[in-house]
Design a protein around this ligand. Structure first.
Ligand code: NAD
Length: 249
């Protein structure tokens, strides 16, 4: 018996990294998982691997910045599984540490970045929430400690995610839909490895009381708890998971 038996969970940005970890953990705990990502090649592979491991999963390509694409994602989940109980808004463009100044960043790039990293979560909520209204549901948004620290438009988008979580919690609580956010510190994923020079990573780790980067596995327990019925009276909260990084700074 899994905690999510008979329930459907959509995870965006699930083709690799943290989102892949969430999708695999949800499938292992009984959920029918929709692996949703812009990257079809990797996303298909993740869905196939989940099925090979005995879980239930399908891949659906989505651009979370595009309302029609988000709607097609919700429709595909309903067509395949008949209901949607859980959503993890994890997809993002990871800018790494070498991010341009807010004052000089190319405007077109900035608009696309915000459309994916901030508006994307709202686009998917707008498509999915109508399917949750009858029976309730739960949503986890992926934030970052960057919302509280200096990191230009990446931090700005994540601060938007935090506020979106709080605004929607108030609006959706009346429909028994809960929404919370996880704000990780630096997590060791391919995105971090390829975008952040090792010297910067080492310097960051020195300032983390628990003295290491996090792993996707450090986040999955909290994500599944927040989605599950065990968290049935928790909504509108933002949880730092950061080895003590924010507490110390
Ligand atoms: P990642 O780059 O490995 O994964 C992001 C996924 O999102 C990719 O599979 C990518 O294809 C997908 N994606 C990008 N744009 C998309 C779009 N428009 N539509 C649909 N899918 C899209 O990154 P990660 O390190 O696994 O990070 C995942 C999440 O965690 C992100 O929200 C990131 O901001 C957040 N986060 C990461 C860290 C970290 O240190 N890695 C720390 C805090 C928060």
């Amino acid at each position: 018996m899994g905690r999510f038996d008979g329930r459907t969970a959509i995870v965006t940005g699930a083709a690799r990294g943290i989102g892949e970890g969430y999708a695999r953990a949800l499938a292992a705990d009984g959920a029918n998982v929709v692996v949703a990502d812009l990257n079809a090649e990797l996303g298909e592979q993740v869905a196939k691997q989940i099925v090979a491991d005995g879980g239930t999963a399908v891949f659906q390509q989505v651009d979370v910045a595009d309302g029609a694409s988000a709607q097609a994602l919700a429709d595909a989940a309903i067509d395949r599984f008949g209901s949607i109980e859980h959503l993890v808004n994890n997809a993002a463009i990871y800018g790494g540490m070498k991010i341009d100044s807010l004052l000089t960043v190319d405007w077109e790039y900035y608009r696309r970045f915000m459309s994916v990293n901030m508006d994307g979560a709202l686009q998917v909520c707008r498509a999915v929430v109508p399917h949750m209204r009858a029976n309730g549901g739960s949503i986890v948004n992926q934030s970052s400690t960057a919302a509280w620290t200096y990191s230009n438009y990446y931090g700005l988008a994540k601060a938007g995610i935090n506020s979106l979580t709080q605004q929607l919690a108030t609006e959706l609580g009346w429909s028994k839909i809960r929404i919370n956010a996880i704000a990780p510190g630096p997590i060791d994923t391919e995105a971090t490895r390829t975008s952040t020079p090792q010297a910067i990573v080492a310097d960051m780790v020195k300032r983390i009381p628990l003295q290491r980067m996090g792993t996707p596995e450090d986040l999955t327990g909290l994500c599944l708890f927040l989605l599950s019925d065990e968290a049935s009276w928790i909504t509108g909260q933002i949880f730092n998971v950061d080895g003590g990084q924010v507490y110390r700074s």
